[in-house]
Write a protein that binds this ligand. Structure first.
Ligand SMILES: Nc1ncnc2c1ncn2[C@@H]1O[C@H](COP(=O)(O)OP(=O)(O)OP(=O)(O)O)[C@@H](O)[C@H]1O
Length: 563
């Protein structure tokens, strides 16, 4: 009898592991995954139970159908904000369970029952002990897949999405594609688990895969610890065993025991969220590679030091306009950025400087106009592709990924990592881990470049504001983009860090990259900028050297006089 409970515990632990990959790593909360397990369960009972298909073939179909559900629902729901995603997946889950309960061919509210005589690789799956090995194999398989995905460069991108999707996309990662991908993969895994679960149960019923199962799995994920798969296994087994222990050890009646289990789930959830919100087994951070190992990250030729007027135009924007309702945030903007130079964008609050950055980087789509980078049109391109084309930006409010270390923040930005591709992750061999060590070494070099190597293992949320701005510069540099748009790199930073930041930005120019910065601190602009554009009310109304601009009586009165 205890073996029967153990079968169930192993399968629910597997479910918790796969849901943890989606919720704990990628931060996408789905209520539909219990229903996807139901899709797998019904596929098996329908095909193997009702139509005599071989069990293994029906399991394959279970995985494929559940994955297809995941792709379709993911495409619909994952563009939405988190709260809508939860509601949307809840709606889909209710819809799927409703379909199960409605169709006579699926057994209506009673479900498909009496499934037996299943065989796998020649073995008959009759009693609980026959299901022990398949259940354990499923858990090991699901754990292996989820661990490979979660604890790899692929998983780093998932964590980036969880922490800040916009910032992760601004580092050149296809966040929507990744979200749909991980939603589909975890759907397929839950389909497999559901197929084995229904085989073990001998039935697939609407109630077996409904909201209570979804909640039980969430409890396992949260109690075990977000983004900790071992925690999910421990919590999965322990929480599943509550009911049998109540029943068999403490002699509680079976209906009472089921009720107490739900109450204990709830109490445990509340307790964990108050006392230990990170769960019993907290997320682990990437170990820090020793500085100075691996390839040098800055193999660039220094700037030839050409005067601004002679420098080649790398980026040219023309006629860029954007209206937000009644506000004209950008009006017919035209600007040029020249190779190996620093251009500043200055102007009063609300002039449209950040909007200009948003338009250049595709974060906001312009109403009209064009942006050409080395001759290639950027308008209409996805923001992550724009980064890969060579144009990266930082944010006024920094947007580091708080729960990731400084090293992980910078590693995430390194482009073309083999471990971010599914096709490479599951190829045997050590190529991915070797490549990841090289990525870590590169990231260390960039942290070293901005003077933050000693903080490689520090979580980003433990940094001072000035330090976090330096790490965000290292992160932008690690993308290897040629053109950097820095949004207020020195604002809000205390005097000691301003000096450091100034020398960093100047060093970036020295290595031949092109910089455009938005900055209110005119000392910084005076020190760094080769050319300055002045913006007011969404328009560029003057340009030249800062000395020329401050020499204008009108601008001195409108803006510079107040500085
Ligand atoms: N997504 C948006 N929706 C509506 N209005 C917006 C949006 N983004 C910017 N705006 C408006 O566009 C105008 C320009 O804003 P923007 O943030 O670009 O100015 P800024 O020059 O960067 O200001 P600051 O120096 O204070 O950062 C403001 O009036 C702002 O309220």
């Amino acid at each position: 009898m205890w073996i029967n409970y153990l079968d169930q515990a192993l399968l629910l632990a597997a479910l918790a592991v796969s849901v943890n990959l989606l919720v704990g790593y990628a931060g996408q909360v789905s209520v539909a995954h219990a229903a996807f397990a139901g899709v797998g369960g019904y596929a098996v009972c329908f095909l193997a139970g009702e139509h005599g298909w071989p069990y293994l073939a029906s399991l394959v179909v279970a995985v494929l159908v559940a994955t297809a559900f995941g792709v379709v629902i993911g495409l619909i729901a994952l563009g939405l904000a988190q709260e809508f995603l939860i509601l949307m997946t809840l709606a889909f889950s209710l819809g799927i369970i409703g379909v199960f309960a409605t169709f006579d061919s699926l057994g209506g509210v009673m479900g498909l029952t009496g499934v037996d005589g299943l065989r796998l690789f020649g073995f008959e799956l009759d009693g609980p002990s026959d299901w022990l090995i398949p259940s354990a194999v499923v858990l090991v398989l699901v754990f292996a897949v989820c661990h490979r995905l979660g604890e790899s460069p692929y998983g780093r991108v998932l964590k980036g999405i969880r922490e800040d999707t916009v910032a992760t996309r601004a580092l050149g990662k296809n966040t929507f594609g990744r979200k749909v991908g991980i939603f589909a993969i975890t759907s397929g895994l839950t389909g497999l688990i559901g197929g084995v679960y229904s085989g073990w149960l001998g039935q697939a019923t609407p109630s077996a895969f409904g909201f209570p199962l979804a909640m039980a799995v969430f409890a396992m994920v949260i109690v075990g610890g977000n983004a900790n798969l071992v925690g999910s296994i421990v919590a999965g087994v322990v929480l599943t065993m509550i009911e049998p222990v109540l029943r068999e050890v403490l002699g509680v009646q079976s209906t009472q025991a089921a009720l107490w289990q739900v109450v204990l789930y709830g109490a445990l959830l509340v307790l964990v969220m108050i006392v230990r919100p990170q769960g019993l087994f907290p997320e682990r951070s990437k170990r820090v590679a020793p500085p100075g190992t691996g390839a040098k990250a800055t193999p660039r030729s220094p700037s030839a030091g050409a005067p601004y007027a002679d420098a080649e135009v790398v980026l040219r924007a023309d006629g860029l306009s954007k209206r937000f309702g009644g506000i004209t945030a950008a009006k017919d903007l035209a600007l040029e950025l020249r190779r190996g130079t620093i251009t500043a964008l200055v102007g009063p609050n609300g002039a449209g400087k950040t909007t200009a950055f948003n338009l250049l980087t595709g974060t906001v789509v312009p109403d009209t106009g064009s942006v050409r980078l080395n001759g290639a049109e950027l308008v209409g391109m996805r923001p992550d592709l724009i980064v890969r084309a060579g144009l990266v930006r930082t944010f006024q409010d920094v947007r580091l990924l708080d729960r990731l270390t400084c090293l992980e923040n910078v590693m995430l930005a390194v482009p073309d990592q083999p471990g971010e591709r599914l096709g490479r992750l599951f190829v045997p061999g050590r190529a991915v881990s070797r490549a990841d060590r090289a990525v870590a070494a590169q990231a260390m070099e960039w942290l070293d470049f901005v003077g933050m190597a000693d903080h490689a293992g520090t979580p980003a949320d433990a940094l001072s504001y000035g330090q976090s701005k330096l790490v965000s510069l290292a992160r932008a540099l690690a993308t290897r983009a040629d053109v950097l748009l820095l949004d207020e790199p020195a604002s809000g930073v205390d005097a000691t860090w301003v000096e450091t930041m100034l020398s960093m930005v100047a060093a970036v120019r020295e290595e031949g990259r092109t910089v455009c910065l938005v900055e209110h601190n005119l000392d910084v602009v005076r020190e760094l900028a080769d050319h300055t554009y002045f913006m007011e009310l969404g328009e560029i109304t003057a340009s030249g050297t800062l000395a020329e601009l401050t020499g204008s009586a009108r601008l001195a009165e409108a803006y510079f006089g107040a500085q």
